[in-house]
Design a protein around this ligand. Structure first.
Ligand code: TRP
Length: 549
């Protein structure tokens, strides 16, 4: 392996800087806007348990994978896969061939758009092999940031609307109408989006230590402070306990295969996995740092903040007699109405949208950094050029999202072209970007990352990397540890004892890829577990088994 990097790579100043930056990436709109409402919709405390399981079984192992790849190669995702992949990979060629043949047969059935896409992808797989997974990450950075920054722009706009006293809704219907007008007003939506992207670009252009790390160290404590203030406010409102009960009371009857997959998909998005964000951040980590304990801290921080967000939201929503089932509109429609009814409502509304903005900003910079790092490492661009040019292009793509959140009416031409090629498309360009990245690029990325580490790079090499700086933590014998025999020499001499490293290997080779694949097939609609609401199938079959023994 070539260790000859032309210029010494910039590194985080220490574990804390890395953990805060990576937790900043993980903690985002997903935690504060999405997690509370999907928890509310899917069985409260019971869903939280399922989510914790997904985080522990899939999230943490894949997180360790990504950081190990990054730290080992000290490269962006494309360079990282390039360095670690073998000259020829039978598995990659097999997959490429399968994709090509599928594409060709689609053309035979005159499914032009998808056929062409699959053939192109098949050819790319032949040309680039595993490195394509890295490219997919860079593309995902582009597409995710283009719509993420639009939503982030709304939070910026709502801070301004809050402090100028325009979020004065007494009824949710008013708030809904205001929100509709706000997001479809091109001047506002584009202006806020551009302002947000400028902040991102400015931070990323500052570099790893002086930009990303420095701002993470300011913004993450601020985020915690704002969140704690909101929780205290919410929990001290009369009638707030109903909200806590709704949010956290376990309702196991709502747990279905569907909700398990929602939990899994969200675990991935929330931890920023599947597109090399953690590979990139890991590549700025030096080998002395403890990779395992850092990964653990990031995952715990992300989960704790998501849980806390629900405690800031539901108690307040219930205290003012609103329903919890507002779904995605909860944050921009119900909450402003709630705040308006509170004493000092303007202040609380401003604090809440500032919280959202801070969370979105630290996530968005990680998305931009993936794209930037690729152009710096592989194309040898100076950082400032990479950030401004790529940030600028993403901003332009985001403008298309911003003007098309409601429908296609402003992008009629593009719409017609897409309908011609693909038969039908999602409701808006914004939805298309969201759909491509969340449903395709991230799950496929996560699947191939664990497949790659488990079967191509090899668990042995990955574990060698993890061991550096983890003080043999990876080799602690789990059974001896649980049994209180950690220091017993004969136990530790037994090579067949289960260690953290061996457990991780099993997860990465078998469990993560399988789980992610199932979740992926479900999201694209090839597997359908939708339960019939009144009688979930397993219960019914038990009953009929009892009746007819
Ligand atoms: N994790 C962020 C959130 O919860 C979003 C995000 C940032 C992301 N970077 C990512 C998601 C990379 C997937 C991949 O909002």
């Amino acid at each position: 392996m070539s260790e000859a990097t032309p210029k010494a790579r910039e590194h985080w100043s220490g574990s804390l800087g890395f953990v805060l930056a990576a937790a900043g990436s993980a903690i985002g709109l997903g935690n504060i806007w999405k997690f509370p409402y999907i928890t509310g919709e899917n069985g409260g405390g019971a869903f939280v348990l399922v989510y914790l399981l997904c985080i522990a079984v899939i999230g943490l192992p894949v997180m360790i994978c990504e950081i190990a790849i990054g730290r080992r190669t000290q490269r962006n995702p494309v360079g990282a896969f390039h360095e670690l992949s073998p000259a020829t990979s039978l598995l990659a060629h097999g997959i490429g061939l399968a994709v090509l043949l599928t594409g060709a047969s689609l053309l035979l059935f005159r499914v032009w758009g998808w056929g062409a896409v699959l053939i192109a992808v098949g050819l790319l797989i032949f040309r680039f092999g595993w490195t394509l997974v890295g490219f997919m990450g860079v593309v995902a950075g582009f597409t995710i940031l283009s719509f993420y920054s639009v939503v982030a722009g709304w939070t910026l706009g709502y801070i301004l609307e809050a402090v100028t006293g325009r979020l004065n809704f007494t009824e949710v219907a008013q708030a809904k109408e205001f929100f509709g007008g706000f997001i479809t007003n091109p001047a506002w939506a584009i202006g806020c989006h551009i302002a947000f992207m400028l902040m991102c670009i400015a931070i990323v252009a500052g570099g790893v230590k002086k930009g990303i790390e420095r701002w993470s160290k300011i913004l993450m404590p601020l985020l915690l402070l704002l969140l704690v203030a909101l929780i205290i406010r919410a929990l001290t409102l009369p009638g707030s306990t109903a909200g806590v009960r709704f949010y956290l009371r376990p309702d196991f009857s709502r747990i279905t295969a569907q909700s398990v997959l929602i939990a899994l998909g969200h675990a991935f998005f929330s931890l920023s996995l599947g597109m090399g964000a953690m590979i990139t951040y890991g590549s700025y980590l030096s080998r002395e740092q403890n990779l395992l304990s850092s990964s653990f801290s990031i995952v715990v921080l992300d989960t704790v903040i998501a849980l806390m967000a629900g405690l800031a939201i539901f108690p307040a929503v219930f205290a003012y007699g609103f329903g919890p089932d507002a779904g995605p509109g909860l944050v921009f429609q119900v909450l402003p109405t709630v705040f308006h009814r509170m004493p000092l409502g303007v202040l609380w509304a401003a604090i809440f949208f500032l919280l959202l903005l801070v969370a979105a900003l630290t996530s968005a910079i990680s998305l931009l950094e993936v794209v930037t790092a690729y152009f710096i490492d592989e194309r040898k661009w100076p950082r400032s050029r990479a950030t401004w040019v790529m940030g600028g292009l993403i901003t332009l793509l985001g403008v298309l999202c911003a003007i098309s959140v409601a429908d296609w009416s402003r992008l009629e031409f593009l719409h017609r072209a897409l309908v011609w090629a693909f038969g039908g498309v999602k409701d808006s360009f914004f939805d298309v970007m969201d759909h491509i990245s969340s449903n395709w690029l991230l799950p496929l990325g996560g699947f191939f990352i664990s497949l790659f580490v488990g079967w191509i790079w090899g668990v042995k090499h990955a574990v060698d990397e993890i061991r550096h700086g983890s003080q043999n933590f990876a080799d602690v014998h789990l059974i001896s540890l649980l049994a209180g025999l950690k220091d017993d020499p004969s136990h530790n001499a037994n090579p067949h004892v289960l260690t953290l490293a061996s457990l991780w290997g099993i997860f990465i080779r078998f469990i993560s890829p399988t789980a992610v694949l199932i979740a992926f097939l479900h999201t694209i609609g090839w597997l359908d577990f939708k339960p019939k609401p009144p009688a979930p199938p397993p219960a019914a079959s038990v009953e009929s088994a009892v009746e007819n023994p």
